[in-house]
Design a protein around this ligand. Sequence first.
Ligand SMILES: [Zn+2]
Length: 280
Amino acid sequence: MRLRSHAASTMTATTALLATIRRNGVVAFAPVASRRLVLAPGGGEPVVRCPPPSSSRLMFPPSSMSSSSSSSSSLQSRTRSHSSLFSATEEEIDPGIVEGTSLRVLKYPHPALRATNHEVPIEDLNGPGSEISKIVREMFLVMYASRGVGLAAPQVGINRRLMVYNESGDPKDWLGETVMINPKIVEYSDATDIEQEGCLSFPEIRGDVERSKWIKVEAVNLKGKKFKKKFKGWEARIFQHEYDHLDGKVFIDRLTADSRKEVKPRLDGLIADFGEGAAI
Ligand SMILES: [Zn+2]
């Protein structure tokens, strides 16, 4: 598609600053808007207790796991002329069946992407042999196979407040692997920027999204231990994108007006392909 110089089309006197991002040696420029980003409240929701995590109960049935768009062979021929924020390489792919897991990335407008995501009960976080640890490992497998850098549980049909990401997208970079369970954004920066995003659940769709430049987050790890972290730049953007999934939001909900217009035909195509039961 494009390494679009949207700076030229959207820059105004109030969006004069430029931010740089780096992916794969590509540097893209995007305007930093000065207006404040209005975000839905991230915290304060009641803890919802769920049944014990048998994955079969947590997940949508496999028959509803749509992979409407593709066999991996046809996808391999896809090319893009730009790198994507949410792909580790130039393009994300639908890997089809991934060895070691039955999880598949669900495509918009699958209802799992809009469903309520419940907190993971702390008592379920009992070490490396736990069901959640297994799900996390499999989510990383799917994420790497899709050439993504982040994946939220609802994207694989598990409606829990759980996300994984690895900024580098490199499976060998295990130190870069981050698991966030029951995360809450406790502070957003007023300063925002606009960058292009994509999502594994939205094949071939890219668009500009305004997000806070930094955020402070609380979450628990796989051992049930609470931690706080501040993210900025690229990592803050990945986190906010994945966090939205946990609130049943997707990046198209936040597209700039220009991007929204641009992607509409493709979105309409995804909705038509999905047919009955679409959750728009
Ligand atoms: Zn996404």
